[in-house]
Structures are given as C-alpha cells and as structure tokens.
Ligand binder design. Structure first.
Ligand SMILES: Cc1cc2nc3c(=O)[nH]c(=O)nc-3n(C[C@H](O)[C@H](O)[C@H](O)COP(=O)(O)OP(=O)(O)OC[C@H]3O[C@@H](n4cnc5c(N)ncnc54)[C@H](O)[C@@H]3O)c2cc1C
Length: 452
C-alpha cells in the first residue's frame, strides 16, 4: 500500500468531523496517517458549532421551564442567570472534547500537526508556521466551511457564530442578520435568556428548506415570545457609538435598530481560501465548493475532499460518513457510497423543529399525487400554563404507493422524536405501517401514528 517515497500514506487537512473520522479509520486499516489542524482538534461541531450551541439551548430552556414551574406547584425564589458561569462551563466542555478527539488521534497513531497546511503539489503540503514540507500518497481536504463575511460598512463591529460563544456579558439587545438555522437557534437562545432579539433578513422568509407550515408556526410562536422580525431588509451599514452601542441601518426605509451585539449568520461557505488548490488544478464550483465524485475524488487523482468543503449537505453526521467511506474505499478496498436521501435534520429553535424527507411542496412537485396528514395539538406539558404554543406534525405520503415521503415536526423534543421516525422513512414504510403501530400514550410522539 505504501509508496516508500512518501512520508505518509494519507495527509488530512483539517481535524474536524470528517477529517478525524477519515484519519482514524484509515489508520485502523493500516495506513500511515498525519493530520494538520490550524485551530483546535475537533473542528467546528465540537469547538464552535453543534455541541456548544446545544449546551446554550439547554441553558436557555431552563428559563422557559422556570416560568412554567409555578403552574406545577413549585416556588422558585431568587432565580438568576449568570452568563459567565454558563460560558465558562461550555468552554470547559469544549476543552474536554478537544482533549478526547486528540486522544482518539493518539490512540490510532495518527500524527498531528497544530499548524495550517497548504497544498504545494499532488503529493505535498507545506505547514505554514513551521515551513515543513510533508509528502503523502494521498491528500484529503477536510477544511470545512466558514461564516460568510458581512460586506456592509461597519461589518468590523459585528460578530459571527465563531465569536458568539465568548461574549463578555449577556447582551441586552441582540440583532441577528440572517434567518437560517444558526440564526434561528441563537435568536431562541438569547430571547429565552432575556435579551431583546431582532432578526433581520434580506428575504421575506425563515428557514427556506423546511416545510412551509413549520416555518409559519415557528414564526408565530417566536413572535409571541417577543422576537422582532424585519424582513426584506438588507443591512446598509452598522455604526458604532462612543458608548460601544451599535446602530444598524437597513435599506428598507425603516428606522435604524439599536443593538449591543450584531450577530451575522447569513450562511457558511466552503473553506478553501489560500489552500493552494491552484497547485493541483482544482477549480471551485459555483458555490465555492470543491467538486468531488461519489467517493470524494477531486479532479486531481491523489487529492480527495469530504465534509462541508464539498458543500453537499453541511451537517456533522454527513461529514463523518463521507470521511469514513473515503477511508474504507481508499485503504480497505471497501466501496461504500454515502446515501443522501432521507437525511434527518433539526433546528434547535424554541420550540425546536425537525424534518426528514420531502416537504409537502417538494413532494407535490416530484410525485404529483400526494396525501398530507397533519396534527395540530397542544403539548400536554403546556396544559396548565397560559402558553398557547401548539405542536404541529405533518406526514407527506405518496398516494400511489402509500409510502411516507416526509415527516415534519415542530414542538417540544421534536428532534429526539424525529430521529426514530426517520428510520421509518429511510426504510420506505407506508402510512398503513404507521396506522398499524400502537400509540405510546400519553406522549407527543403518539401523534405520529394517530393521524387519519
Ligand atoms: C453554530 C453552528 C452550529 C451547528 N450546528 C449543527 C448541528 O446542530 N448539527 C449538525 O449536524 N451540524 C451543525 N453544524 C455544522 C457542522 O459543524 C459541520 O457540518 C461539520 O463540522 C462539518 O465537518 P467538517 O469535517 O467538514 O469540517 P469542520 O468540522 O469545520 O472541520 C474543519 C477543520 O479544518 C480546519 N482547517 C481549515 N483550513 C485548514 C488548513 N488550511 N490547515 C489546517 N486546518 C485547517 C479548521 O480549523 C477546522 O477545525 C453547525 C455549525 C455551526 C457553525
């Protein structure tokens, strides 16, 4: 397997979800592997993405539950929230995971360089700090994605999701630019923790890829919870005043919005800047991604790419699967293509939403004749309190085959419930299979098998 002329069989650029998985699986197949990481081992998900974000979501849900506690007979006196305590606890867990991922590389005898790597040829990389050149039979690019930079005047006064975990204090007023999943998640976190939140978006919709009815429900609930939305409002400029406060001007003719923090969450682009792709003849795709075939091959035979940098589906479990499949194919001769159908996803908004398969609109377009079943219900936990937040589930079914094409849910614990339901969609089960399944009572999930 080893070309004796190379330092390694595989050199991986980026120790995130995809890179770490590819490294350890290739090493377990007997390959000599090295990985370079310019920031922290673990990558976006662990260091400044899914994991710390979810911990903030948990923290903010206490605020909601404390509000309900009195209805259930609890008196909670003197409840106060302290941002530095939470921020530091999250940072400690990130440190723990960083150490665990480093340990994984050590256990699998993967050499790691805490340095930035740039490609210098089909079989060589250069570490930018040390200046060292390393050769490898194969190079895997797993450099992830990066927040799209704001370009309006005053952008330097804004932050991205990279910085949001490190704020000194809990901001009184947060303005969030964008309405994708990261924007909606942080809107929910700051709203529940007590900040005044304004979401500003250049279009007139939130969460474009999700089913229309879920988006409408989330919008209504979050408005009722106090989040202000301003649509069709591209940001024109951000001014910073002497007291540190910010003023955000939009191009919609409306009044400027004061804020203490402006979080720009308008998307993430493949992270390829300065990577040296020109040395191996790789041309980027229309969205700035590295084009690859089903096995992660780029246009250069010895260079491969997985994860967000290929911009197929920017989710951690996909990066992991792509990294694993790459290593199996290249170092164990096991071809195992990643399947991109029926990928479950969630937005950890408040309430959360989750979905798998086709939306109603997509199913109508692709299958024509469909049946749609919905359940609009009041979650039992909300029965005592004054909240009129209702859950909403939708099953999209192919009329010809009875096959469930999509499941869409908004309500408490929707992501937890949907993970199990996604198995049914992946397995191609029918609406009749759902109907034949006995309800688990009392639960919210039982709505899934009670829709008629
Ligand atoms: C705020 C936030 C919340 C998210 N929440 C979720 C979620 O709930 N669920 C989910 O599935 N996904 C979520 N994601 C997306 C998820 O984090 C990514 O899909 C996943 O991390 C992609 O893995 P990757 O291996 O492609 O890249 P990454 O994990 O981004 O790893 C790339 C690594 O490469 C390093 N690197 C880049 N260039 C170089 C270089 N030249 N040399 C050396 N190192 C380099 C980077 O520092 C980074 O560590 C979230 C992302 C963000 C930002």
């Amino acid at each position: 397997m080893t070309e004796p002329t190379f330092d390694y069989d595989l050199f991986v650029i980026g120790a995130g979800s995809g890179g770490v998985r590819a490294s350890r699986i290739a090493a377990s197949h007997g390959a000599r592997v090295a990985v370079a990481e310019e920031f922290r081992i673990g990558g976006t998900c662990v260091i400044r993405g899914c994991v710390p974000k979810k911990l903030l979501v948990y923290a903010s849900q206490f605020a909601v539950d404390l509000g309900h506690a009195a209805d259930y007979g609890w008196t909670v006196e003197g409840a106060r929230f302290d941002w530095p305590t939470l921020r530091n606890a999250v940072a400690r867990d990130v440190d723990r995971l960083n150490a665990a991922y480093t340990q994984t590389l050590n256990v699998h005898k993967v050499a790691h360089f805490l340095d930035r790597a740039e490609i210098t040829g089909p079989h060589s990389v250069r570490l930018t700090s040390s200046g060292q050149t390393i050769t490898a039979a194969k190079i895997l690019i797993a450099t992830g994605a990066w927040p799209v930079a704001a370009e309006f005047p005053g952008a330097e006064h804004t932050i991205s999701s990279n910085e949001v975990f490190h704020l000194e204090t809990l901001p009184g007023r947060v303005l969030i630019a964008g309405a994708g999943y990261i924007a909606m998640e942080f809107a929910g976190v700051f709203n529940a923790l007590g900040s005044a939140v304004t979401v500003i978006n250049r279009s007139n919709a939130i969460l474009r890829s999700y089913d229309f009815d879920l988006r409408e429900r989330l919008l209504a609930i979050t408005q009722a919870r106090g989040i202000t939305y301003r649509f069709n409002a591209p940001i024109d400029r951000v001014e910073k005043h002497d007291d540190g406060s910010l003023l955000v001007h939009c191009n919609d003719g409306g009044a400027p919005v004061p804020a203490d923090v402006v979080l720009v969450a308008t998307g993430r682009r493949a992270n390829t800047a300065g990577l040296g792709l020109e040395h191996v003849g790789i041309t980027l795709g229309a969205r700035g991604e590295i084009p690859v075939d089903g096995e992660g091959r780029t246009s250069c035979p010895s260079v491969f790419a997985v994860g967000d940098v290929t911009d197929r589906v920017q989710l951690t479990p996909i990066a992991i699967r792509e990294g694993h499949a790459f290593a199996d194919a290249q170092f164990a001769g096991k071809a195992s293509a990643v399947a991109y159908d029926a990928i479950p996803s969630a937005v950890f908004s408040q309430p959360p939403l989750a979905a798998v398969g086709l939306t109603e609109a997509e199913a109508r377009e692709r299958h024509g004749d469909i049946r749609v079943f919905t359940s609009d219900f009041r979650p039992m936990k909300n029965i005592f309190n004054r909240r009129i937040e209702r859950g909403y589930y939708k099953l999209v079914v192919d009329a010809a085959t009875d096959r469930v094409l999509g499941i869409h849910m908004i309500g408490p614990d929707a992501p937890e419930i949907l993970q199990a339901a996604a198995i049914a969609v992946k397995a191609g089960l029918t609406k009749a299979d759902f109907d034949a399944t006995v309800a688990l009572h009392p639960s919210m999930a039982e709505e899934l098998v009670l829709m008629r």
